[in-house]
Design a protein around this ligand. Sequence first.
Ligand code: IMP
Ligand code: MG
Length: 191
Amino acid sequence: MSAESTQLATSEFSHPNLEVLFTKEQIAARIADLGAEITRDYAGKDLVLVSVLKGSCVFLADLMRSVDLKLTIDFMAVSSYKDQTKSTGDVEILKDLSNPIRGKDVIVVEDIIDTGLTLSRLLEILGSRGANSIKLAAFLDKPEPRIKTHVSVDYTGFVIPNQFVVGYGLDAAGRYRNLPFIAIVKDPSAA
Ligand code: IMP
Ligand code: MG
């Protein structure tokens, strides 16, 4: 085996099944813009960034460092039933927020919005808790498969076509979350 093929075989970051869609540099530039926008919009407010685990952890880590305001963070974990044949949009809370959001200005931070089922249910749940405002930041927006059309994203990183992507927190069967870029999985059956 040559040195080159050894490297290909062992590198997750240059896996032949991946095609880079957004580089690390493009992502950093976009997040800086989003952070500046949120900084302007939330000046003087009691901002809490609510990250939906696990996919949005990387986005949250970068986004929070580009918002120049006093803020807090919190985490939720949910499981949706989108993989079952009967797609009910039911969402089970696996981990709830650590602190109340009553009176606070909340931005729900998601990795990607696809059908919108998970988020519409999550927004309903959070909507009953007396927050002053609730908005949504999604790193990626895949508008094509949207079922819940009323779910609108207030802060979007990138709008992408209806293709399966990984990296920057997003996974395929738990893998690829650590890629520093966003990539299209060329052959999802081989992912
Ligand atoms: P939905 O909006 O309820 O359909 O679900 C969104 C969730 O599906 C996201 O939080 C991801 O976990 C997952 N998801 C949707 N599209 C992709 C993708 O292209 N790559 C990885 N995960 C995805
Ligand atoms: Mg997710």
